[in-house]
Every structure is written in C-alpha cells, then in structure tokens.
Design a protein around this ligand. Sequence first.
Ligand SMILES: C[S@@+](CC[C@H](N)C(=O)[O-])C[C@H]1O[C@@H](n2cnc3c(N)ncnc32)[C@H](O)[C@@H]1O
Length: 288
Amino acid sequence: MIKDALIESDILSLIRTFGLSRMEAIREVKILFAHAIGLGQLDLIKEPSLMSEPLHIERYQKLFQDRINGKPIAYILGEKEFYGLTFKVNEHVLIPRPETELLVDVAIEKIQSHNLKKILDLGTGSGAISIAVSINVPGVDVVAADISKNALKVGEANVKSLCPGASISWVESNWFSKISGTFDLILANPPYIAADDRHLKSPELRYEPLGALVSGSEGLDAISEILEQAQSFLNEGGWLFFEHGYDQLDRCQDLLTGQGFTSLFYALDLSGNPRISGGRIGAVTRTI
Ligand SMILES: C[S@@+](CC[C@H](N)C(=O)[O-])C[C@H]1O[C@@H](n2cnc3c(N)ncnc32)[C@H](O)[C@@H]1O
C-alpha cells in the first residue's frame, strides 16, 4: 500500500491549501486514488493492495498534483452531481453548484402550479437547470441558450446521457440575440460576481470560465441586460426568475420593478440567504 506517511502529507496539504476539514481531505484522497485506478472507492476498500502498484501510485500522484494546484475535483473526475443526477463537466462550463438546486426547486413549483410549458434557460452551461427541470416535469419545451459553443457541446452530451427523449433545443446566443418566440418562463443563473471580488483569487475559481462568473464592476451587468430585454420574450403573465448573490437582493428587486415586473418574490437558500429573485410581466388575465 502507498506509504501512510505520504498519504498523511497529502491530507495535510489539502487541509492547508483549501481549508478543508480532515474528513473532507481524506475523502478527496480516496476519490483521487479510486479515479487513478479506474475503480470505485468500494473496490479500494475491498482490495487495498491495488494502492501499492507503482503505476497506480504514479497516476494518483499526477492527479494529486493537479488538485493541489487548484483544479476542482469535479474537473478532475469530469463529472458533478446536481439534483441527484450526474452531469459531465469540463473547463468550458461552470461546475453546477448546490445553491442552484434552489432555482430548480422554484422552477418546478411554478411550472406545476401555473401550468407553464415553454421555458427558456439563459446561460445554460452544462445544461444542469434545463435537464433537472425536464426530468422532473415531463412535457415542458425548453430552449437552452449560451454564448459559449463549447458549453453547449457539454449540455448536449448531458442530454444524450441523462434524458435523450426530452424536448430541449440548444441555441448559441448572446443572451436574447438569437432567441425567437415567446416563453411562459425564463430562467437564468447568469454570472453575478463583481470583477474585483476577492473570492475570484481562490485557486479553484481560477479554473472555471471567467465569463461564467464575473459580470461588471458590481456583478449586475448580465442581470440588468437580461431584465431590460426579457419583456419582449415573455408571454402575457409569464414569469422570469434568476439566481443572484446573497447580498444583491435589494438591487435585483429594484431592477425587476424598474422593468415593470409584478408579483415579485424571492427565495432563501438553506443558510437563510436570498438567492433567487423573480416576478411576472403583463396584465394577468389568464392563469399561467
Ligand atoms: C453561472 S454560469 C451558469 C451555468 C449553468 N446554468 C448552471 O447553473 O450551472 C453562467 C453561464 O452564462 C453563460 N454566459 C455568460 N455570458 C453570456 C451571454 N452574454 N449570453 C449567454 N450566455 C452567457 C456562461 O457561458 C455560463 O455558461
């Protein structure tokens, strides 16, 4: 088996570099080892001798080097779990975040309670939101758009493996520039981090596409642009909601009001922070 002292020093390096707990660091070492061998973690427990083969140790050490340099585990494995589904990811897409599951929860609730059918997912990235919604509310028609051709390729691969029968079409578009038609619901998890935010210096964020994270000096450029144009793409009574930073609630609600949205709402994440804002447009004369 790989020398215990070596593993201990890797665990300590992970704790020091990323501020992980000891348990998280041990978990990462196990994940990297299993990935290096090409087996599951259970196989490693059953067959610990696999960890002493020189080729496996060499592969593990290369992966560990990538990790300690900041590469997120999800990019090393090429996958990330979101909404109970395993999504392929690479460095062209944002790694789907647990907090975005709240956007999917709210979307499912609104789609079901207002019988919404046509949905636009702006900045779809890996397709996480479009796919989670389509699987949980069969029968919806989704247009998934992103400015990045490489991100759309990842989204399409995820549909093929997770929900090949879903009605999801892909559009390369700078927000609404190539979008046609109108929708009952527009969803977005746009970039919303301010350009000078100190978190951008974290070793892990450096691996993620900057265009998926940053949006102007206050982080609100993308949200403002989307809200300015959204009305023309919403059916009467249609809904729009989006994810934002925990400290952007007031400004997002003001932007919604400024663009004529009504029935404004927000949703809190598990830590009690407001992370989703939205509303609807137009005189509500029918129920959608
Ligand atoms: C925060 S990521 C969200 C990805 C995915 N929806 C998720 O929740 O995991 C933002 C996405 O918006 C895309 N994006 C950035 N600027 C854009 C623009 N001008 N038009 C369309 N998409 C854009 C990025 O390529 C990225 O995929």
